[in-house]
Design a binder for this molecule. Structure first.
Ligand code: HEC
Ligand code: HEC
Ligand code: HEC
Ligand code: HEC
Length: 435
């Protein structure tokens, strides 16, 4: 109990590596052939020492600068009248690897690398190469706690969703930036991971369980939304910053035959709703173990959307959201929620909520798809699904991905109807919740 508490305390003071001040040494320092790019396995090394090779050849982050040199990137900055993307602070904030203060406009940018995630090397280099180095010792010396679910989620979300310093505005989207969508748990699976979680790893480091990771990701997404909502400089002109909303509440066909009104929000047709998918999913997942907290999340999501639609003051609501996040993090780290929820019951709760929320807006449909995929596809699927239903369940997950294909300019109401029907079919092939 005590170590967990200490970690929570120290976390609140740890900012993401990009916002720290200690010097970065550069990816080449970590990835030298005597260190994390060793051609031969190290004797007694507890890690592979091939992390640099893996990063360079497989990790999309290693290409973050090349992306800024592409025609697609230049088209965005040209439209906005900004500098060359690889010199433009508005792009470097997320596509560059170093601290804000070090990102220069001289063009000697560096890709997202080891220190962007693990922290400024200068702080812990000496400590972590010592023969007696321990993970706790490295953390104390300033290594970023990537092993901690909450810290890891905050790190990924800082660029993949945004935060107070890293923001994608609607004008950047309108100029051509791809729409960001992020679900930490499933994306971690899609990312060429360089940590091998074997017995030796377990001896040295804690591994957060899947549900803790999932909650951490959804809570970080929510925190990111609230942070950007509360930041007055994010808003321009008449409207709040449009990138905080569900894009498709505006960007949809005028020829739709059916309505997309979510009754649960209590708003009239034509209302623009926030991208509050993570709140819907958190509420749904909490329901089996803590119905009272679950219902506070659902009420909160509705109140926040109503306040935005009615142009009410959201200051108090943002503070309440932060309290809900803190309470939920405490409940998750106490292990109470996970231990009390059977996978079958969790799935049932998620699908019941999807039904209540119909028609599911696109951000929620995407968040559902990624969440269900990480629960129902892969080696863990057989723990939850009866063998005779495996194929049909996987076909449903495929159908969900197809229905939400971002390149489809299909009618939003039709998309929602397909998603809702697929989720209902999925519910019929999953085991019952026994408690
Ligand atoms: C400093 C900002 C930053 C951080 C921190 C960050 N990412 Fe990324 N990530 C990016 C950018 C930018 C790209 C796009 C790279 C490119 O293609 O140029 C990307 C790409 C990816 C992709 C590939 C996406 C695709 O469409 O193929 C995955 C997966 C990913 N990141 C996962 C993660 C995870 C998991 C974390 C946390 C452990 C994380 N990222 C942390 C900025 C970041
Ligand atoms: C809030 C962080 C953030 C900011 C600010 C940002 N980007 Fe990105 N960008 C990302 C992430 C994350 C991705 C990966 C998208 C994904 O796969 O989800 C990305 C992807 C891209 C891609 C597509 C890469 C591909 O392979 O498809 C281009 C091009 C791009 N960004 C250019 C820019 C430019 C130009 C700017 C400045 C005007 C900029 N970005 C600002 C986070 C950001
Ligand atoms: C996008 C974020 C990200 C980037 C970039 C990144 N790492 Fe990691 N790394 C992680 C995460 C998350 C873990 C898993 C948690 C942990 O063990 O700390 C990890 C784990 C590790 C481990 C621990 C493996 C073990 O068995 O204990 C080493 C060593 C490592 N990374 C080295 C590197 C090096 C070297 C680079 C650069 C070439 C790098 N990382 C780039 C996020 C990143
Ligand atoms: C409140 C309504 C609203 C929301 C929410 C909204 N947009 Fe827009 N968007 C607009 C308007 C209005 C335009 C300008 C249309 C024009 O110039 O004809 C626009 C233009 C665009 C364009 C330029 C292409 C076009 O159709 O003109 C893109 C791309 C875009 N938005 C993407 C997004 C993304 C991505 C999101 C969500 C992150 C989003 N929008 C959220 C109203 C909205």
């Amino acid at each position: 109990m005590l170590p967990a508490l200490l970690l929570t305390l120290s976390l609140s003071q740890t900012s993401v590596p990009q916002d720290q001040h200690a010097p970065f040494l550069g990816t080449a320092t970590c990835g030298s052939s005597t260190c994390h790019d060793s051609p031969k396995p190290w004797r007694n090394a507890t890690v592979t020492m091939r992390e640099f090779w893996l990063w360079q050849t497989r990790d999309p982050h290693a290409r973050s600068l090349e992306t800024l040199q592409s025609d697609a990137a230049r088209a965005i900055t040209n439209q906005l009248g900004l500098a060359e993307p690889s010199h433009e602070p508005a792009c470097l904030t997320c596509h560059e690897g170093r601290q804000i203060a070090e990102k220069s406009e001289s063009g000697d940018a560096t890709a997202i690398g080891c220190e962007t995630c693990h922290g400024p090397g200068k702080a812990f280099l000496a400590t972590h190469v010592g023969t007696r180095s321990t993970h706790a010792g490295n953390l104390a010396a300033g290594m970023y706690p990537t092993t901690n679910a909450e810290a890891r989620a905050t790190l990924c979300a800082s660029c993949h969703v945004g935060d107070a310093t890293r923001r994608l505005s609607h004008i950047m989207y309108a100029a051509g930036h791809p729409r960001l969508r992020f679900e930490m748990h499933s994306w971690s699976g899609a990312w060429p991971y360089h940590a091998i979680e074997d017995r030796d790893y377990r001896r040295r480091k804690p591994i957060p369980d899947r549900s803790t990771m999932w909650f951490a990701g959804q809570l970080a997404n929510t925190e990111s939304l609230l942070t950007r909502l509360a930041d007055p400089s994010a808003h321009r002109g008449l409207f709040p910053e449009l990138s905080l909303f569900d894009c498709h509440s505006c960007h949809r066909s005028l020829h739709a035959k059916s309505s997309l009104v979510r009754q649960s929000l209590g708003l009239p047709p034509g209302s623009v709703s926030l991208d509050s998918a993570s709140m819907i999913l958190i509420g749904a997942a909490l329901k089996p173990a803590d119905p009272a907290l679950a219902s506070r999340w659902h009420t909160y999501e509705r109140d926040l959307n109503q306040a935005m639609a009615n142009r009410g003051d959201t200051t108090a609501l943002v503070a309440e959201g932060q309290r809900l996040i803190t309470e939920t993090r405490t409940a998750v780290s106490a292990g109470k929620l996970v231990a009390n929820t059977e996978p079958a019951c969790l799935l049932r709760a998620l699908l019941d909520e999807a039904k209540r929320q119909q028609p599911l807006p696109r951000p929620s449909a995407e968040a559902y798809t990624m969440t269900l995929a990480s629960m129902l596809i892969g080696p863990n699927a057989s723990l939850v699904v009866d063998p005779e239903h495996l194929i049909s369940v996987q076909a449903d997950v495929d159908a969900l991905y197809q229905a939400n294909d971002p390149t489809e300019s299909a009618d939003e109401a039709l998309r929602a109807a397909k998603v809702d029907a697929t989720l209902q079919h999925l519910a019929s092939s999953l085991p019952a919740c026994s408690s």
